[in-house]
Write a new protein. Structure first.
Length: 326
């Protein structure tokens, strides 16, 4: 005999109808009312959130896997689900979590714990009330990073000035590496070029986090924003390819022009004109041969002119052999 499916009793809607099932817009499944948290938005007039408990906790878990910080993950989950972010309720939930962990009890659904503490902290409201809306409002403070840069460090201060505050240590590492890679392959001489490359790095970091939150899926609008930044900075693949193709189409005359401008040309009828263009021979005679000759023979030749024929005729090997005979 098949057991009859138990249906949890819901609350009356505005029309007075008893709610026996609720549709989750995240997993797109119809579930029992007890699989949903109590609503905090007056739009959910059936008394239940439009996202089920399992999906709510999955959303929190996705944010926590990226942030590795309970407060930041809770804030992002509240923003996503349009639930009030309350620091008192968060502190109470974290204290409760610590107590349970000390007792050896694991709490898998932290967001559900926060939601219950939020209801308790809201003047004892424990069920849906049309007069007590608790929707999300952006906080006027910034949560501190869970893994910040070392304090009282000159390099840390420079990184904060360059990239901004309130980033995690791993974020600074990623940004520095990305910026260094861009500078290897693209021009970054002006303030404008530097600012554009910095924005590209920030956008890459945002995409990296969003991809991790959504389990490998990159939001299309972020990709489009990155492409627009790259076009503005003239570092997108299309412009880079066109610039490189222009170089390959230079004529042979342009190649000759570059050689003439950067290297000495050889005059065919007088090849000695450029045989020692860098004056290596003259330098060697003035600073090596002449001082050595003065030291050994006691001569007083203190300077060598460029047209000094005596030094040109001086044979070091012959001179050394003569000294050995004596």
């Amino acid at each position: 005999m098949t057991a009859r499916k138990k249906v949890a009793r819901g609350v009356k809607s505005k029309t007075g109808v008893i709610v026996e099932s609720v549709y989750c817009r995240k997993c797109m499944e119809t579930k029992r009312p007890d699989e949903f948290y109590a609503a905090v938005d007056y739009i959910d007039s059936n008394g239940y959130m439009s996202v089920c408990k399992e999906c709510c906790n999955d959303i929190y878990a996705a944010f926590f896997s990226v942030e590795s910080d309970i407060a930041k993950a809770t804030l992002k989950a509240c923003r996503k689900l349009n639930i009030k972010f309350d620091t008192k309720a968060l502190d109470s939930a974290m204290a409760h979590l610590d107590t349970m962990e000390k007792r050896g009890t694991e709490i898998k659904n932290f967001f559900g714990l926060y939601k219950s503490k939020l209801l308790q902290s809201s003047k004892g409201v424990k069920e849906f009330d049309m007069g007590s809306e608790m929707t999300f409002v952006e906080p006027n403070f910034i949560l501190p990073p869970s893994n910040p840069l070392p304090d009282n460090d000159k390099d840390s201060e420079e990184l904060k000035i360059f990239w901004g505050d309130s980033l995690e240590y791993e974020d600074y590492v990623f940004l520095e590496k990305e910026f260094a890679e861009w500078k290897k392959t693209h021009k970054c001489d002006t303030k404008a070029e530097e600012m554009l490359l910095k924005e590209i790095c920030h956008k890459s970091l945002e995409i990296r986090k969003k991809r991790k939150e959504s389990r490998g899926v990159t939001p299309a609008h972020l990709t489009k924003e990155l492409q627009e930044l790259m076009k503005t900075a003239s570092v997108d693949p299309a412009k880079t390819a066109s610039m490189n193709s222009g170089k390959s189409k230079e004529t042979f005359s342009e190649f000759i022009k570059i050689i003439e401008q950067t290297e000495p040309a050889e005059y065919f009828e007088d090849k000695k004109l450029f045989e020692d263009f860098d004056d290596i021979d003259f330098y060697f005679k003035k600073y090596v041969t002449r001082p050595l000759k003065n030291f050994i023979t006691g001569s007083r030749d203190f300077n060598v002119e460029r047209d000094d024929d005596d030094d040109d005729d001086f044979d070091m090997e012959e001179f050394v052999q003569g000294i050995e005979k004596e």
